[in-house]
Write a protein that binds this ligand. Structure first.
Ligand code: UD1
Length: 347
């Protein structure tokens, strides 16, 4: 029996596609809205191969309210998971209006859809970037939110404010904002995974592309930080663990367990790894030797952050089950599968 219909915006993207798989496997009906601006349609085939079901898909831009509204007239939707957003930190510094327009307008239109169709369960894709460089580690949900140092990060902070304000007068609307730490890895089937367009900004796709020979060398941005090996520390979380967090958050809302109608949760493993530790682990689990060099710090990077995920552990009854070693192995298997089976050519 179906557990309900979920509108997944950005469902062809990295986190959206893995969450879609978990939703289908948990007997939810999924409707994906995605403009494919930073994702590729082949991922839909991967979802179908894994689950045996092709989700309903509309190539629509959420900035176009009327188009989305008309499409959704055909469906009865129970919940929304809103992933669709740009996420390249560096590009957002160069093109702030592109980020504010896309990320904020898409959120507003999605919220208007929620109000228009009385869809009362809403999960938002937020980020630990809202904490900036915290003074005290690990960060809890009570750690102060500061102005992030990129327009991308600021769209997440503003989005949370918009969500909170929207739930004030609309007491029927229930929102959970999930503040992700650093998602890595791929589905263990290797049929879907992270698929950056062009040169990857994030560490793990850059590592797998370098190991595959598509990039000549990985640059480690800074080895003079005040950390044990001098490289920055992040809380890397497996993509399937992250997808499962969405299922738990959805169950939490659909069974009305939430005490407030706007709640935030840290979604991390609770342990930090340095860039060098990630590189070493990748080499160990894949047997690949990685060509890397030290380079200057990347502007806007913080030194270290990891989560206190106690609230998600106790309230959502969710915790990470997979290690970075597992995630790095699945990321590598996905890279090989993608290159040999899907593109058969390098970028
Ligand atoms: C950043 C954002 C995060 C956002 C994510 C999405 C901040 C503080 N964090 O995460 O909110 O959700 O991007 O894109 O704004 N590194 C290298 N060489 C590389 C790439 C990365 O050394 O080629 C290092 C970085 O310096 C960093 C670590 O790897 O220390 C992780 O980087 P990355 O994967 O880009 O994630 P964040 O910057 O942590």
């Amino acid at each position: 029996m179906t557990k309900g219909t979920v509108l997944v915006t950005g469902g062809v993207g990295y986190i959206g596609s893995h969450t879609t798989v978990e939703l289908i496997q948990q007997n939810y009906e999924v409707i994906i809205v995605d403009n494919l601006s930073t994702s590729q349609k082949e991922i839909l085939e991967g979802i179908k191969k894994i689950t045996g079901k092709k989700p309903v898909f509309y190539k629509v831009d959420l900035k176009n309210y009327n188009e989305v509204k008309n499409l959704l007239k055909k469906h009865k939707i129970d919940s929304i998971i809103h992933f669709a957003a740009y996420k390249a930190v560096g590009e957002s510094v160069e093109k702030p209006l592109k980020y504010y327009e896309n990320n904020i307008l898409s959120l507003i239109n999605t919220l208007k859809i929620a109000e228009e169709y009385k869809i009362n369960n809403f999960i938002f894709s937020s980020s630990c970037t809202v904490y900036g460089q915290p003074k005290k580690l690990p960060v809890t949900e009570k750690t102060p939110v500061i102005k992030p140092n990129s327009p991308y990060g600021n769209t997440k902070k503003i989005a949370e404010e918009i969500l909170q304000d929207t739930t004030e007068p609309n007491k029927n609307l229930n929102v959970v904002s999930l503040r992700y730490f650093n998602p890595i890895g791929a589905h263990p089937s290797h049929l879907i995974g992270e698929l950056p367009i062009g040169v990857p900004n994030n560490l793990v796709p850059f590592i797998t592309q370098t190991a595959y020979g598509i990039r000549p060398q990985l640059k480690v941005f800074g080895n003079d930080y005040s950390t044990p090996d001098g490289t920055p520390i992040r809380d890397y979380i497996d993509i399937i663990d992250l997808a499962e967090a969405h299922i738990k958050a959805l169950e939490y809302l659909t069974t009305s367990k939430n005490k407030k109608n706007f709640e935030v949760f840290n979604i991390g493993a609770g342990k930090g790894y340095s860039v060098l530790e990630i590189i070493k682990t990748f080499e160990q689990v894949t047997g690949q030797k990685l060509n890397y060099t030290f380079a200057p710090r990347r502007p806007g990077d913080i030194e270290q952050i990891w989560a206190d995920a106690t609230k998600a552990n106790t309230v959502l009854k969710w915790k990470t089950k997979r290690t970075p070693a597992h995630s790095l192995k699945t990321a590598w298997e996905w890279e090989k599968h993608y290159r040999t089976q899907i593109v058969k050519k390098s970028i």
